[in-house]
Structure formats: C-alpha cells, structure tokens
Design a protein. Sequence first.
Lengths: 277, 282
Amino acid sequence: MTGHEESDVIIGVQTIERPWHGRFQLAEDSVGRWRIGPLSLWVQRLRGEWRIARETVDDPMDGNLELEIPADVDDLLTKKVVDRFGVAGDSGDLEMMPALADRPVVARPAKPFHVPQGQQVTVFVGSPLWVKISAGTPPIQLLDQPIFRPSDTWFGPSTMEGELCYASRTYLRLNLEGVIRRPHWALTVVKILNRSDTQLNIELLKLPVSRLTLYQGSDGQLWTQDVAFKRDKDGDSATLRIQKAAPSFAQDAALLAEPRQSGEENVVMRAFSAIFS
Amino acid sequence: MTGMLTTIKEFLIGVQSNSYLRAVVILVVGFLLARVVRKHLPTKRLHPQHQLVLRRSLSYIVVGVTISWTLRELGVSLSVLIGAAGILTVAVGFAAQTSASNLISGLFLMGEQPFVIGDIIKVGDTTGYVVSIDLLSVKLRTFDNLLVRIPNETMLKSNVTNLTHFPIRRVDLLVGVAYKEDIGKVKEVLFEVADKNPICLEEPRPLFIFLGYGDSSLNFQFSVWGVKDKFLDLRNAMYEEIKRVFDERGIEIPFPHRTLYAGSVTDPLPVRLVTDAGTDPR
C-alpha cells in the first residue's frame, strides 16, 4: 500500500471511523463485513482458504458505509454468491483497496453544455470505483470487483467504430458544492480549454480513468489526478493532458493506488471526436 | 551370388542410383518440411485467419518446390511436363468443374475476407462459428455442435450475414400490451428497464417504435444495443425484466382475444347463469 498507513489491529464493531480501505487482520475462522455504498462484502478466513460473499442493492446512489470485524459467520453462509480461494500459508493479512475502472468512463452534462471560443472552464466528474481484495503475505489478489457495476456505453462516431466504455451515473458539475459525494465514487477535476474559433458543444466527455492515479484527501474523499482537455485551433483535434501533480482540489492528498494502465504518455493528441461528442 | 552383389553395389554407387536416392531424400525432407510449416510455424501473434492462410500458402510452396526438384532429379523435363499439364488441365477441367469452381471461389473468399475464423455467420438456414476456411469449402460449427461443410461456390453465391463483424449489435424486442394501457407509461417503463441493465448500452440510445394496432394488443418494437458477445444475455435479461416490471406495475401483456358478435339482425347470444354447484338457478 502506498502513502496510506493503517494499523494492523483487529478492530471491533464500529460505525465507520476509519477508511473502509486499507490493511486489516482477520483471525482464523473469523469474518469481516464491509458495506461500501450499494455493495456488501463478507470475507472469511479459514485454514488455507479465504471465502468472499457479496451482495449488491439496486440503488447506485446508496451511501452507506459500515465496517464490522469480527462479523457474524451465519450472515456469510446465507449468501448466494460465495467465492472460495485456496491459498498457501496462514497469514491473516487482508488488503482492501479502491481502484478506478478498467475502461474509460463517459460522463454527460445534465443540460446541453457549451464552451465559447477562447474560454476555459473547470468541471467535476464522478467515476465509479472498484474494490480489489488481496490476502496473505505477500498479498495475492483474490477479487477485483466493481462496487456498483456501471452500465456499458459506446463512445465513437458510429456503431462501426468506437470504444466500449462505462457510463458515469453522475453529471458534469461546474461547482464542487453541487457534486454528490459517495464512498464508491472518485472525483476528477477536468479543465476544458477551447482554443478554436467555434463554440465547443459538449454532449459526452470520455475520461481515461484506467490511466489515472487515485488519491485520498484528508476528508476521506477519493480523487484522481486533474485532467486537462484542450481543443486545438484547427477544431478537429484535442489534446488530453494528465497532470502529474496531486489533485488540485483535494486537501493533503495522499497517493492511494497507481493507474491500471501505466507507462503511457501523459499527453495524448487525439481526434476531437475521440474525446468529445 | 557375387554377380548379384556387384549389381546392388553398382546400383547404389552409380550415377543413376544417386539420382534416385537424392530424389527420395528430397521428397521425404520436402514433405516433412511442409508438414512442419503447416503445423508448427510460429505465427501466434497473427490473427487465426492469417495464420491459416500463411501456413497453407507456405506449405503449398514447399510441396511445389519439392515435387519439381524431385522430378528434375529423376531427369523429367519440366517444360514437357508443363505442356502435358496444359492438355491435362483441359481434360481435368471438364471432369472437375465443381472442384475448380470451389477452388477459385475459395481464393476469392480468402482475398475478400467477409468473415474470419471465429466469426459467427449465417448462410441460408445455417448459423455457426467459422471453424476453417479451406480451398474447397468453409466449415461451420453450429450452436448445437454440428459440423457443417459449405462449398465455397455456395458461399460466394449466397447472402452471408456476419453476426460478429462489428463490436456492438442491436437487439430488437417485440412487446405487446393491452389496449387499455397508456403508451407513454409503457415507453417510460421500457426505458427504465434498459437504463437499469448494465449490459444494455447507454449509447446508442434505445429505440422505441410503435408498430401498430394488433388483433389483441398494441404492438411495439423496443431496440437496445449491446456488445456482440453478450447478445443472448442481453436479450434474455431484457425480456425477463420487462415481464417482471410489467407484472409489478400492472401493465397487461394480453393473449389473443376473440369477441363473438351475433350481428344486429340476429338475436343476442343466449346466456345461461350457472351457480357454483353447477345447477341452473332458474
């Protein structure tokens, strides 16, 4: 884990006072229960085996956050979806880490949104989070699961060419106060600069979240790096720049998770239609 | 005995026998090489279709070179053979018109590439995965695991539908509701079902079409988009969810109705009331 220190102690039942993610210890035969928004997870440690049960409620806006260690074993046994993982060793280390989506996320404004020529605006976009569960020493990844499975969507000029993405259930917001915060969403600050001679009409915006780093602010809010889009003078191409610094709106941001796709360029020149629609 | 040994010795070390031996060695090595090329050529980075074409083309070249080299070693003049082959081609051409047609169609198919190995295609009434594209035929594996061989000539002459060429597909769902239902509400419910299904694409937006007044129902087409690999999952999930939500919201999916009309000039149809016990109350 990077930049995020947690004490390795068995903790009791509590309304959540510590982040739902981080390192935990599970005693043999005990169960831990996490409620992260719409997703409930039960993790049980047995001799040479880990069991993970999960359950999702229908409401993607659910903001509940609960953590219970140890939890009732009977709860896990009644669940339909239970995965079993055989492991060597008898370590009780458990790591729950948030991660960004494995495909780009497409967000839309609530109402038609226009950026006149020469203007720069800052908008906020919410992206769905995944949870990665690893166990043992060294940690071995057991599960990589969306906290709430976002809808698929197609982003491209036609049904013949384009890219499969996830649809963000949040709208583009112009002010931070208007952003609905949920434990299973990360926020991204997007700066849009229109340098062309024509107005930029934004219907959809594609955010390459699989290439973004995840940070945590001191208030517990999860953020990604800032992203800047610049529509070039010719109007047909756009430059996407992923800022190297920590997110500008997060207070005392600490690095939480590296990008899923690393080693790619931070600055990408794309056809205008590959970023905006 | 000594004479026989001498004859064998002469055969082995003689000029003529050397040619025979070399011919045999060339033939064996050539065919082994062709086999290695066909089976073990490292082409894993290429698409399966390109692997197939590359391996076959190279093995045919190796076989061709092997045969001509062998014939040369045996002292057969290739120019004479080619001349004879011309005459033979005419004769064989008449005898094997179908095969030749399939062969040429196969070359066209390989060049045009309307589908590749692994695609799901529909030819006539047959739908299945493309298993191989050979010089004479295309082989399909149907969904019930049968192998269907379709001659290339037929493929070239028929309408071939490639179901997996583009990354996304549209699923057309036919829905009928009772005449008493509000069309606006039905539309709203259908879009809600599509919105909640994660494998139903948000873009392109679903399409709602009113098909008309049916015999027993108002008929609609509701078309949603999904990734090609999840076509069946999406169709089943949508039908299942639409039925569940319609039941939940009290929207009726009607079965065929028949109204009996006796006509204005005829007497009304007689009606008899029957009690639970089955006796006439009169």
